[in-house]
Design a protein around this ligand. Structure first.
Ligand code: KG4
Ligand code: ZN
Length: 342
């Protein structure tokens, strides 16, 4: 082992994945263990926060041990422990934060609290070793929809965000309404492949005074109204067409806002991130728009789009080399703002 190598043990528990990873020098993932709770939450049609916390506490030690053993490394070889401390479900976050603090206290290894959205953006650094700031990033997940200017490592400016539902949340709610179940995003993605995206003209919502902000609750309501009207009229609902048309409406808005932001800031690099960034229609539409506008598009493999600890290790590395450290007063911050430290 080269003495100059920096190894980060990363922990992520902000929602329903219990995850740990070992990341070397910020870009090389030595292990990435994800214990998903999807099967349990599927029974309830969505994430149940208390169950999520209980499952995290059951699994976290084992997930960390596995991350270290797959990396072939011992705990005392770690230079820092990076942990997601917000935003997310408070009880879920507390499990990861308490675990990281306990390890740091027992071993003396330095602690770094990491912002979950920063992690999602940094997921792009893993497979795109040429990608460096500045660039624009669109983070689209179950809890967040943010258009961000990445000025430098660790320096973010939010250009736009959702006023109501996150993009992934809209996918999940529409999927439930058309009987596809949880989690809705991947199911709509698959179902939409057999549907006609032009079949139903759902709205492309705009926020009047903030050109980069998003709003998806109106679109979700439009889908629910459409379903009610069709059911009342006794007409058969073409689930594939609803999925494809809804997905196209979301995709159009995301592409349009992103291209506007890239053009007005004169940026030529664009990275998408978060669970919805694995959507095949969104990736295809972004590719096409970026080709037309001569913009370089980056996106992570699906495993690094949805929640994972490797992305937290990457973000933790860049915070580490900037000198950022947390102490043992680190707490979970459910509404943590991007670019702020608490
Ligand atoms: O990033 P993530 O794992 O968790 C949050 O930080 O929220 O994102 C999960 C979200 C869910 O809403 C899920 O339905 C959505 O990402 N998602 C997708 C796809 N895969 C996951 N949405 C659309 N198409 C997909 N292929
Ligand atoms: Zn996430």
């Amino acid at each position: 082992m080269d003495n100059k190598d920096i190894h980060i043990l990363a922990i992520e528990s902000s929602c329903d994945e219990t995850a740990a990873a070992v990341v070397k020098n910020g870009r090389f993932v030595m292990s990435n263990i994800i214990s998903s709770q999807i099967d349990i939450h599927t029974l309830y049609g969505g994430v149940v926060p208390e169950i999520a916390s209980r499952k995290h506490i059951e699994r976290i030690n084992q997930v960390i041990e596995q991350a270290l053993s797959e990396a072939g490394m011992a705990l005392n070889e770690m230079d820092a422990i990076a942990v997601t401390y917000g935003p997310g479900l408070v009880g879920a976050l507390l499990v990861g934060v308490a675990e990281a603090k306990a390890i740091s206290f027992a071993t003396g290894i330095q602690l770094i609290g990491v912002h979950h959205i920063e992690g999602h953006i940094c997921a792009n650094y893993i497979e795109h070793t040429d990608l460096e700031p500045p660039f624009v990033s669109l983070v689209v997940s179950g809890g967040h929809t943010h258009l961000v200017r990445v000025a430098d490592y660790g320096e973010y400016e939010i250009l736009g965000r959702t006023r109501d539902d996150a993009a992934g949340e809209a996918f999940d709610k529409v999927a439930r309404a058309i009987g596809l179940g949880y989690p809705g995003g991947p199911k709509i993605d698959k179902t939409a492949k057999n549907g006609n995206p032009e079949a139903i003209d759902f709205p492309r919502p705009k926020v009047i005074d903030e050109e980069y902000d998003f709003s998806f609750s109106g679109l979700k309501s439009a889908v629910l109204n459409y379903l009610n009207t069709e059911r009342m009229a006794g007409r058969e609902i073409m689930v594939e067409d609803v999925a494809a048309s809804f997905q196209k409406a979301v995709t159009d808005v995301l592409v349009e806002h992103s291209m506007e932001a890239l053009k007005s800031f004169g940026f030529k690099k664009f990275a998408i991130a978060g669970g919805v960034a694995s959507n095949t229609a969104l990736r295809a539409a972004m590719k096409e728009a970026c080709e037309i506008n001569n913009i370089e598009l980056y996106y992570p493999s699906p495993v690094y789009c949805t929640d994972n600890a490797a992305m937290i290790g990457v973000a933790g590395y860049y915070e580490f080399i900037r000198g950022v450290r947390s102490d043992l007063t680190l707490n979970a911050v459910p509404n943590l703002k991007l670019g702020e430290r608490a």
